[in-house]
Design a protein around this ligand. Structure first.
Ligand SMILES: *[C@@H]1O[C@H](CO)[C@@H](O)[C@H](O)[C@H]1NC(C)=O
Ligand SMILES: *[C@@H]1O[C@H](CO)[C@@H](O)[C@H](O)[C@H]1NC(C)=O
Ligand SMILES: *[C@@H]1O[C@H](CO)[C@@H](O)[C@H](O)[C@H]1NC(C)=O
Ligand SMILES: *[C@@H]1O[C@H](CO)[C@@H](O)[C@H](O)[C@H]1NC(C)=O
Ligand SMILES: *[C@@H]1O[C@H](CO)[C@@H](O)[C@H](O)[C@H]1NC(C)=O
Length: 447
């Protein structure tokens, strides 16, 4: 019943996080050269690995960035990564500490200065975790034979963002990427304060193998809010999974027959959560899911999410920012605890965009507003935390036959294509993952 645990100051410093070697090299490089906006004319392209071969890019990345720096190198024996990459443990030698003290946040980089996505040579470099899950399930999607998928996937990518992750050096890397993929145009002091409040997850693995599992497999259903679920009678099937992911306006009351009634992981942004509460009451959404054992996963999509975290993790009523006057904790339930709350790492979000959903919009003047949908991030989270993933209520080619949302039962609404997403690309991607046997996507034949 107590939510006190959450208000604990963030005192846990993580030593478990492992950085790949290349970052340390790149950081020095831009410290010397910034601000020269080299990226303006940088011919390098990010890897669209899942959609094209991307071979050349990977080679480039590895050969141009992997260097050794013996004084900081601690161990290579735990390194199970791809050939060619090395890792750092994030402990500081006295000389490194001195160097860190001397660096300051880089001058602000403005989105406006770029007519398309700037491509830094460390664009496709991500923090990796030493605690990554190693599935025992032989049918795990991690064992997929799909070559492009395997090339694009990084099974040890750092999923969670928490205290201990942000110092000036790391800021100076992440400040090169627009939100939610980094902190371009943001203020170090403001973001740092919020990140330092985020507790390190007690369980790095979001979902344990069920105790009654015979094959060691984690079976998950990911349930979007798509109108395709109206009248589907998929509720029972959805609830039969070990874990059920839901996102945004995850109404279940009154819709159990079609969408089930269990929620194990609820994924949200501060905006999607508060909007669901404010707007969906008429559809029976009085509060966010609060099943026993539920995990809450937040996508930090922008500044307002860090403000939200500031209020949430100190149990305060906001006195500034987008949620002025609101107390974020009141939007959750008693189920929100230090061991049930997770915030996604900007590197994970950027990895999903770069490797799986690299929209053509990134080449256009409004590049900075493009990001995958919350549903897309949820699906990729499931791909990195489950072995078998069945997907329901996600957009399909025949979307125009259905309402925007499954809870719009009585009048058919048109699916709204918001400018900040690329629905055509997501339609193609879900289909492709389905055809490759990586997910099982719910589609309807009838009608
Ligand atoms: C959060 O603050 C409210 C109002 O001050 C208080 O009633 C509640 O007990 C607090 N919750 C926790 C978990 O500290
Ligand atoms: C970048 O954008 C900022 C903010 O709009 C502007 O003040 C600055 O002059 C621009 N810099 C360049 C190099 O265009
Ligand atoms: C960042 O925010 C802090 C705290 O609100 C403020 O004091 C500081 O001036 C800001 N820095 C910049 C560069 O705007
Ligand atoms: C969900 O529905 C099942 C029956 O389909 C019922 O036994 C169970 O109590 C329901 N769970 C919740 C949390 O409502
Ligand atoms: C939802 O499903 C029901 C039952 O199949 C159907 O009668 C209704 O027309 C559907 N609503 C919309 C908006 O498609």
């Amino acid at each position: 019943m107590r939510r006190r645990a959450l208000a604990l100051p963030a005192i846990l410093i993580s030593y478990s996080l492992i950085y790949i070697l290349i970052w340390n090299k790149s950081s020095e490089k831009w410290l010397r050269t910034f601000p020269s906006f080299q990226a303006f004319n940088n011919p390098k392209r990010i890897s669209e690995l899942f959609w094209s071969s991307g071979e050349e890019i990977r080679e480039n990345l590895l050969s141009s960035t992997v260097v050794s720096k013996p004084s900081l190198y601690l161990s290579s024996t735990t390194n199970r990564n791809r050939k060619g990459s090395s890792e750092y443990r994030r402990t500081s030698s006295p000389s490194e500490l001195k160097r860190q003290i001397n660096i300051t946040p880089i001058p602000i980089i403005y989105k406006e200065n770029f007519t398309k996505l700037p491509k830094w040579d460390f664009e496709d470099v991500y923090v990796q975790s030493s605690e990554a899950r190693r599935p025992v399930c032989s049918a795990s999607l991690q064992n997929s034979k799909d070559e492009k998928f395997q090339k694009a996937a990084m099974w040890n990518i750092q999923l969670w963002f928490h205290n201990g992750h942000l110092d000036v050096r790391e800021w100076n890397r992440l400040a090169h990427f627009n939100n939610p993929f980094g902190f371009m145009e943001y203020n170090y002091t403001v973001i740092k304060k919020a990140v330092d409040l985020i507790p390190k997850p007690i369980y790095n693995q979001l979902l344990p193998v069920p105790s009654n599992s015979a094959d060691g497999c984690i079976r998950c259903a990911v349930v979007g809010t798509g109108g395709i679920l109206n009248g589907s009678r998929m509720g029972k099937e959805i609830d039969s999974h070990d874990y059920i992911f839901r996102v945004n306006g995850a109404v279940t009351k009154g819709f159990e027959e079609d969408v089930g009634n269990k929620t194990s992981v609820y994924v949200h942004t501060s905006f999607s959560l508060s909007q669901a509460i404010f707007n969906l009451e008429d559809y029976g959404f009085q509060h966010i899911p609060q099943d026993e054992g539920i995990k809450y996963v937040m996508i930090p999509e922008g500044l307002r999410d860090f403000e939200w975290l500031d209020g949430l993790l100190q149990n305060e009523t906001m006195t500034y920012g987008s949620y002025n006057g609101y107390a974020p904790l009141t939007f959750y339930s008693d189920r929100l605890q230090k061991d049930t709350f997770y915030v996604l790492h900007p590197d994970f979000l950027r990895y999903v965009r770069n490797r799986f959903l690299p929209s053509e919009r990134l080449e256009q003047p409004y590049w900075a507003i493009y990001r995958p949908t919350n549903g897309a991030f949820t699906l990729f989270l499931a791909l990195h935390t489950c072995d078998i993933v069945d997907v329901y209520g996600f957009i399909t080619e025949d979307y125009s036959k259905y309402s925007n949302y499954y809870f719009e039962r009585t009048t058919k609404t048109n699916v709204i294509f918001y400018l900040n997403h690329d629905y055509e690309l997501e339609i193609k991607t879900w289909k492709k993952l389905h055809n490759a046997g990586i997910i099982n996507l719910y589609q309807r034949q009838e009608q």
